[in-house]
Design a protein around this ligand. Structure first.
Ligand SMILES: NC(=O)c1ccc[n+]([C@@H]2O[C@H](COP(=O)([O-])OP(=O)(O)OC[C@H]3O[C@@H](n4cnc5c(N)ncnc54)[C@H](OP(=O)(O)O)[C@@H]3O)[C@@H](O)[C@H]2O)c1
Length: 285
């Protein structure tokens, strides 16, 4: 049985993708930030697919110690149920913050959740992904275009703006996927980015101020159902031969920002290793 780990699998795009992959027979490991939402998601998938193989774990992925803790639980679950092999990791959890807010480590929260949590979780699960010649999928966004990584102040401590921070974090998703392919395609691991398009979810209504809340409430009405991007994840998970592209929208390869260069990908990789206190070289894959 193929296995998939999905972060942010309790609502929106992540929940719908979890439902589709559970229906298709994947052993699904979902990660969500609250016990209540994890229980609700699990119940909702079981009520549609009573024979689904599902396990949910709770973790606040904004905090690195929580990423490390849940990674240990996921590793144990994969060794008990899937012979320590992971076929797909979907780094999907994401947030928007109206104001400059930091994690316990002092990192800006959008950068911490939308990029660093994925960087650290992938590191912990990479040996199991290698075993399955697995795939890693980031939930990116078209909004990565028209921005750059602000290397001199990556946390945007000076002149924070929610959209600027969000766009930068989504550019980081593609740079990270590029960095993974540059390093690990040779051992059979492939990384991708799904651009879900504008999707009608509550992301901009969670932990945001009045203005961001109002703008998102008006904007999301034009969004598609999460079922639309869920097909794109299913496509990337199920193709027997790994697709060759990097960035996908509606199951087709698309162009992405010219900022996605090997130089920028390497620079982000080194910076992220430092911010997470890890070195991918230590994995000895
Ligand atoms: N909606 C769009 O138009 C759109 C467009 C482009 C890209 N995206 C990306 O799509 C991804 C999913 O977003 P969505 O639109 O589906 O929004 P969503 O419904 O709010 O989903 C976000 C998921 O992340 C979880 N999450 C949030 N903070 C977390 C934390 N600290 N620790 C662990 N999990 C956490 C949420 O948990 P709860 O259920 O408990 O809130 C939820 O499961 C994000 O990466 C977002 O940037 C969305």
């Amino acid at each position: 049985m193929k296995s998939v780990v999905i972060t942010g699998a309790t609502s929106g795009i992540g929940l719908e993708t979890a439902r589709v992959l559970a229906a298709q027979g994947f052993f699904l490991i979902g990660i969500g930030r609250s016990v209540e939402n994890c229980k609700r998601a699990e119940k909702s998938i079981f009520s549609d697919y009573p024979k689904a193989k599902i396990k949910y774990f709770t973790a606040d992925l904004i905090q690195q110690r929580e990423v490390l803790r849940v990674a240990g639980e996921v590793q144990d679950c994969l060794s008990e149920n899937c012979d320590s092999a992971l076929d797909v990791l979907i780094n999907n959890a994401g947030c928007v913050r109206s104001w400059y807010t930091t994690t316990d480590e002092g990192y800006e929260q959008q950068f911490a959740l939308n990029h660093l949590a994925a960087f650290l979780l992938t590191y912990k699960l990479l040996p199991m992904l290698k075993k399955a010649k697995g795939r890693i999928i980031m939930t990116g966004s078209k909004s990565h275009k028209g921005t750059k990584v602000h290397w001199a102040d990556v946390m945007l401590h000076k002149g924070y703006n929610p959209l600027k921070a969000y766009k930068q974090s989504k550019l980081c998703n593609i740079l990270f996927a590029r960095g993974l392919n540059d390093r690990f395609a040779g051992v059979g691991i492939r990384a991708y980015v799904v651009d879900p398009g504008l999707v009608n979810t509550d992301i901009g209504n969670k932990n945001t101020g009045t203005l961001v809340n109002l703008i998102w409430t008006l904007r999301k009405r034009h969004g598609v159902s999460p079922a639309v991007p869920a097909k794109n994840y299913a496509f990337l998970c199920e193709c027997d031969d790994p697709p060759e592209g990097l960035y996908y929208y509606l199951c087709r390869e698309r162009s992405y920002s010219r900022q996605v260069t090997q130089e920028n990908a390497d620079r982000l990789f080194v910076l992220s290793e430092r911010l997470c206190g890890i070195s991918y070289n230590d994995l000895d894959l």
